[in-house]
Design a binder for this molecule. Structure first.
Ligand SMILES: Cc1cc2nc3c(=O)[nH]c(=O)nc-3n(C[C@H](O)[C@H](O)[C@H](O)COP(=O)(O)OP(=O)(O)OC[C@H]3O[C@@H](n4cnc5c(N)ncnc54)[C@H](O)[C@@H]3O)c2cc1C
Length: 385
């Protein structure tokens, strides 16, 4: 039997596990870190991410994590040697219900108070700016031109290669099947191929699988998987400019944007929680019909491929970045819905501080797992895309 010793073992080799590993080794001086990945590095939700980043959130901590993370992305090439291919083409959130407009205006005020340039646009302004799109039922929307997207895989590669240089071990095809614990603390784990890992600190960064991994330690991690699908057209122009923002209708749940010369169509309608990436047979047709209502020229576009993956949802759509009490040595960083890529730089740093026993540089207590046992639940994040 192979036996490994590590100060910290991370379960999950996605963008969150990689960022946490790098931050432990680089800023906390903990270099004997092992990352156990059941398949290949980045093969989970990270592979499906479109690399979108945005400052627009309905909760303040979300905006603050974006401010910190996007600053790291801006300096990424210098620090890590990988160009994250940042493109700032903006996000627009539009709405057709008064209550949604009230929410968007509150988000805009909060973002502006935090120094982010988010504009509120009346319907007529939206029509002038984006004439290819029908705003017929929309009342208005918010636009942040500094939102954008980057290459998830370049950022993942940057974290993994720097972490390796610092001594972190990444073990692929290493599924953790048992967590060893006594009554009060973790002691290690076993992988499917029989490797025994001895450690006193375990970070669960298993994305949508974090609930299942929690079960291995007999702790409840309320993260559920929800399949998501993005349809990508062939190269398509027909009146749709090359650089458009992602336009998200928060009431119809449709999002339209660009990926290179293609148009991307996504729908956030609630789906059933499951690990299989199965969608109803009429799913694509429904999304395409909705999209044609908004952008009529899309009736001439053909779908080239689709991109599927799992969103990892907690009951309030905010993540868990936390110790998992009462088990000593167990931590969790998961449940990022559709924004795990964009917040990975900041949360990787925060969870590394927690694991090292330092005071986190930002108050992240509202993401503690204990909130799900409390009487009062935190306000649900409203902007899920
Ligand atoms: C279609 C789609 C589009 C998205 N677009 C964006 C976007 O534009 N911007 C954005 O910020 N976010 C986006 N996201 C969300 C983002 O991809 C995720 O939040 C992020 O990748 C989560 O990273 P992670 O490391 O926590 O999870 P993952 O990447 O899923 O990594 C977890 C890893 O744990 C491994 N694992 C699970 N169980 C075990 C076990 N027992 N033992 C060992 N390993 C295990 C898995 O194999 C997996 O590789 C999108 C998600 C989807 C599905």
């Amino acid at each position: 039997m192979t036996e490994l010793n590590a100060s910290v073992a991370i379960i999950g080799g996605g963008i969150i596990g990689a960022s946490a590993a790098y931050n432990l080794a680089n800023f906390q001086g903990i270099k004997d870190v092992v990352v156990l990945e059941k398949s290949q590095i980045g093969s989970g939700s990270t592979r499906a991410s479109l690399g979108g980043f945005r400052y627009q959130f309905s909760n303040e901590l979300g905006v603050r994590l974006s401010l910190e993370s996007i600053e790291i992305l801006d300096g990424f090439e210098k620090q890590f040697g990988y160009d994250p291919l940042i493109k700032r083409d903006g996000y627009v959130f539009i709405a057709s219900k008064e209550s949604s407009i009230t929410q968007l205006k509150a988000n805009q005020k909060m973002a502006r108070d935090l120094g982010v340039n988010v504009e509120y646009l009346e319907r007529s302004e939206l029509e002038n700016m984006f004439p290819f799109y029908s705003f017929e039922n929309s009342l208005g929307g918010t636009f942040c031109p500094e939102d954008g997207h980057a290459s998830t895989l370049a950022v993942l590669q940057g974290y993994v290669s720097k972490a390796k240089e610092l001594g972190v071990r990444f073990c692929e095809n290493s599924e953790v099947i048992r967590i060893r614990r006594d009554r009060s603390k973790v002691m290690g784990m076993f992988t499917r191929d029989g490797t025994k890992v001895n450690t006193s600190k375990i970070l669960i960064a298993a994305g949508a699988y974090s609930g299942l991994v929690g079960d291995l330690a007999s702790v409840a991690i309320p993260v559920k998987p929800y399949p998501r699908k993005i349809l990508v057209t062939h190269s398509f122009q027909d009146g749709i400019p090359k650089d458009i923002p992602i336009i998200v209708d928060i009431d119809s749940t449709l999002a339209i944007g660009r990926e290179g010369s293609s148009v991307i169509l996504a729908d956030n309608e609630p789906t059933e929680s499951n690990f299989k990436l199965d969608f109803p047979p009429d799913y694509d047709d429904r999304v395409i019909s909705k999209a044609i209502e908004k952008v009529p020229s899309l009736s001439k576009a053909a779908i080239s491929y689709s991109n599927t993956g799992l969103y990892e949802m907690t009951p309030d759509a905010n993540p868990i970045v936390s110790r998992v009490e009462p088990l000593e040595g167990l931590y969790c960083c998961a449940g990022f819905a559709g924004h795990g890529f964009m917040h990975a730089p900041a949360v990787g740093r925060l969870i590394a501080e927690m694991i090292a026993g330092s005071k986190p540089h930002r108050d992240i207590s509202s993401y503690a797992i204990g909130r799900f046992n409390a009487q009062s639940v935190s306000p649900e994040e409203q902007l899920i895309i």
